[in-house]
Design a protein around this ligand. Structure first.
Ligand code: NAP
Length: 254
């Protein structure tokens, strides 16, 4: 009862965590006691981000692999489990955005968005869950989006992928819950990061956002840490298949 939110002795793999929201969640989980495995598509960026955590006094290692390549993922997860240790917490965070009108969307760009945002959740979770099932313990958090529920012009594949990640969260919950694995989602509203920098710098967009969001502001990335700690910790052991919106009230408003 006294350690509901503690992560000491736990190890978390966070995909796409060399920068942005993933990197912030890495720091947040580390501050609550977790050892961190940083992933990025390049080894150099993963190493650099891990080194920053180590410099802050936390335990961290970097693993470069492309979350869209099943073979690379399988090898990397096996290597982490054998050489670093058990993955207790997985955060499927890697994601990309591409913007085109629907009828002009290049097929290759559509495929890339779906592969990085959606297929990667299947590929990485599939490998990690096998080890978690054997231990009968694990936490998986899928980073969803407002577009898990809402459409928006020029980002149709992003919305399609994030809607699918919401349903992957439920499907994985249904299959993995009996192994004491909790699979939940976090759906960030609009947060100022590299991915959204074009929107943050667009005065018209920010004006729309302030009017559309009951909290009337951009989210600060550190405001996602509480949800991630909760869904990684014993406090959420009977919470499963749920998507927690951290959005300043946006989903509640017309
Ligand atoms: P970001 O700053 O662009 O970070 C995404 C990270 O994913 C980058 O480090 C990127 O590495 C990595 N990545 C991309 N493709 C990869 C691959 N194939 N394999 C491994 N790593 C890969 O984005 P963010 O804003 O922090 O977004 C993180 C997650 O939150 C995404 O799933 C996004 O959809 C979601 N989200 C963001 C917001 C927001 O307001 N920012 C809102 C809702 C949801 P490289 O840079 O080296 O390619």
């Amino acid at each position: 009862m006294e350690n509901l939110f503690g992560l000491a002795g736990k190890r978390a793999l966070i995909t796409g965590s060399a920068q942005g929201i993933g990197n912030l969640l890495a720091k947040g989980l580390a501050a609550h006691g977790a050892e961190i495995v940083i992933n990025d598509i390049t080894q150099a960026r993963a190493d650099e981000a891990a080194r920053m955590l180590v410099d802050m006094g936390y335990k961290a290692v970097g693993y470069g692999f492309d979350v869209t390549h099943g073979g690379e993922v399988e090898q990397a997860i096996a290597h982490i489990e054998q050489s670093v240790g058990a993955i207790d917490i997985l955060i499927n965070n890697a994601g990309i955005q591409r913007r085109y009108p629907f009828t002009e969307f290049p097929e290759a760009e559509w495929d890339r968005v779906i592969d990085v945002n959606q297929k990667s959740v299947f590929l990485v979770s599939k490998q990690v869950a096998k080890y978690m099932m054997a231990r009968r313990q694990g936490k998986i958090i899928n980073i969803c989006s407002m577009q898990s529920e809402l459409g928006r012009k020029t980002i149709t594949p992003y919305a399609a992928s994030k809607g699918a990640v919401k349903m992957l969260t439920r499907g994985m919950c249904v299959e993995l819950a009996e192994y004491n694995i909790q699979v939940n989602g976090i759906a960030p509203g609009y947060f100022a990061t590299e991915m959204t920098s074009a929107l943050v710098n667009d005065e018209n967009f920010s004006a729309w956002l302030y009017q559309r969001t009951p909290a009337a502001r951009w989210g600060r990335p550190e405001e996602l840490i509480g949800a991630a700690v909760y869904l990684s910790a014993p406090a959420s052991d009977f919470v499963n298949g749920h998507v927690l919106f951290v959005d300043g009230g946006m989903l509640a408003a017309v």
